[in-house]
Design a protein around this ligand. Structure first.
Ligand code: FE
Length: 256
């Protein structure tokens, strides 16, 4: 496959096309034929795993306060604000939905309020994926390297470090990023699409790591992600990204 055929990950299921982190969004990503579906996991007061983006409940659900303050049974009774016919999904429910499909899982392990890590979340996520035979189909992602190190220790085979622009800027060089990733046992980097260029892609690959992008939502960002020959990128608009990739591949065939 050509380098232009980056894998496309439906971010939160495709957040500009369907309510983020909803069952409908995950079904949408499967139906479209996205390569991966990205979603976010937090830990509840009783050690359960819930799928939503924020560390607090109010933006996307009918609840309030930190996810970590409620038990899983309380969270699963909340409604999604942008899709009131649905309750907030648990990790287990999302795995039930995704397991029969061929789609890859891109599981982002979150920290809690004020970036406080959830004790034991990495082990719990990896154990749930392994129990269903989904671990090999999954890549674990996080903005925090210590979360990825804990996931690796728990047996996760594929790890992708989401590099925040402020972290990238403060480290100053791509070599420092790749050194940190390799020391942590991380095989893939994900940079913000606006902080990526061909030279950065080449130096990450030269260091023996894979390179992808996140937040490629606008048409120009999607086109850039396809042009750079990344391994994967996340987008809130998987329909647009898949159409763009099909057009590029068709153009490449016509040019031969
Ligand atoms: Fe995420």
């Amino acid at each position: 496959m050509s380098r232009s055929a980056a894998l496309i990950a439906a971010h939160r299921g495709g957040a500009r096309e369907v309510a983020e982190n909803s069952r409908a969004a995950f079904r949408h990503a499967i139906a479209l034929g996205a390569d991966q579906v990205e979603f976010d996991v937090h830990r509840t007061a009783d050690g359960g795993l819930a799928v939503l983006h924020d560390a607090t409940l109010e933006r996307t659900t009918t609840g309030t306060g930190p996810v970590a303050a409620l038990e899983l049974d309380e969270i699963r009774r909340l409604r999604l604000r942008d899709r009131p016919e649905e309750t907030a999904p648990t990790f287990e429910e999302v795995l039930d939905l995704l397991a029969p499909a061929a789609i890859g899982l891109r599981v982002e392990i979150k920290a809690g309020v004020e970036f406080r890590r959830y004790a034991g979340i990495e082990t719990a996520v990896v154990a749930a994926l392994r129990a269903r035979g989904l671990l090999e189909r999954s890549v674990i992602t996080s903005f925090l390297l210590p979360i990825l190190e804990a996931a690796a220790a728990a047996g996760a085979p594929r790890l992708l470090w989401l590099v925040a622009p402020i972290v990238q800027a403060s480290l100053g060089s791509t070599a420092r990023l790749t050194d940190l990733a390799r020391a942590a046992g991380v095989g893939e980097l994900g940079l913000h699409i606006d902080r990526l260029d061909a030279a950065t892609v080449a130096s990450v690959r030269a260091a023996g790591l894979e390179i992808g992008a996140w937040a490629a939502h606008e048409d120009a960002q999607i086109a850039k992600a396809l042009e750079l020959g990344l391994s994967v990128f996340t987008t809130d608009r998987p329909s647009a990204a898949l159409a763009g990739r099909r057009a590029r591949l068709a153009g490449a065939r016509d040019a031969r």
